[in-house]
Write a protein that binds this ligand. Sequence first.
Ligand code: MN
Ligand code: MN
Length: 316
Amino acid sequence: MSAERIDAVSSPRYAQLPTFMRLPHQPDPEGYDVVVVGAPYDGGTSYRPGARFGPRAVRAESVLLHGTGVDRPQGTFDLIRAVDAGDIDLSPYDMGAAMALATSRLAELAERNDALLMIGGDHSLSLAALRAAHARYGPLAVLHLDAHSDTYPPVYGGTFHHGTPFRHALEEGLVAPGALVQVGIRGHTPAVDSLAWAREQGVSIVTADQVMEDGIRLVLDLLQAKTAGLPLYVSVDVDVADPAFAPGTGTPAPGGLSSREVLALIRGVGALRPVGFDVVEVCPAHDVAGITALFAAEIGAELLYQYARSHKGKQA
Ligand code: MN
Ligand code: MN
């Protein structure tokens, strides 16, 4: 494939092989601002499986997105150089092997490029991505958008399931003290006090109800206060949005944010110091008309623009 992004003027957007946002496919990238990488895996899901097909669905929907648009004085790809590195070939059978390979591949990519955008896959692999970002940048601030805290202990004999990534990240010292901010948390959890452990670790938990009551601006003020100056990792589980906006996911929870609210939160990231991203938990078999995959693609596109704005843009 060409070393340039496919030009929508000469090639209709439904044509050619679907890389993320029609970026060039570069399986061995070095020196790029951002590398997009797929992590097709759902060995960590606790309910509906199928997120292994997420990267393919997200890429397919992402061909619609240009990177230029309203309120953008410069387009994303006028500001940064980005490529799609393809997928990591993760074992569908062995959770430990998948985590080990994801960790080594993401660390290698992060060492040779400035930032990664991982397309999941289930949320368990965010631990591997956090390890890679930590190896490059040191203790991280984290913005985690999700219906679930994902700080639960291992269950069913599975150490690295999709409810554990932020517990491991805290225990492994990947997160700077008090710098994990979770937004959109709600719904049913296995125990009445299942958020207590996270709060004891200094995690800031903003529930979906609090987002509604306080508004996006106050949430962004909290994020700024908790993460100022630190390298910021952003992890988006699409189930942060209400199932009306993101039906295609493994553990849906009613009462969530709208897609507009999620994107408004992400638009605050460019004022901070973002260094790594993921968008996870798209399960195409439960999707309707590609709603969730397109939403995830838009989140990824917005994260790329926010990275560009933060690191290369002339305006704050
Ligand atoms: Mn979730
Ligand atoms: Mn999650």
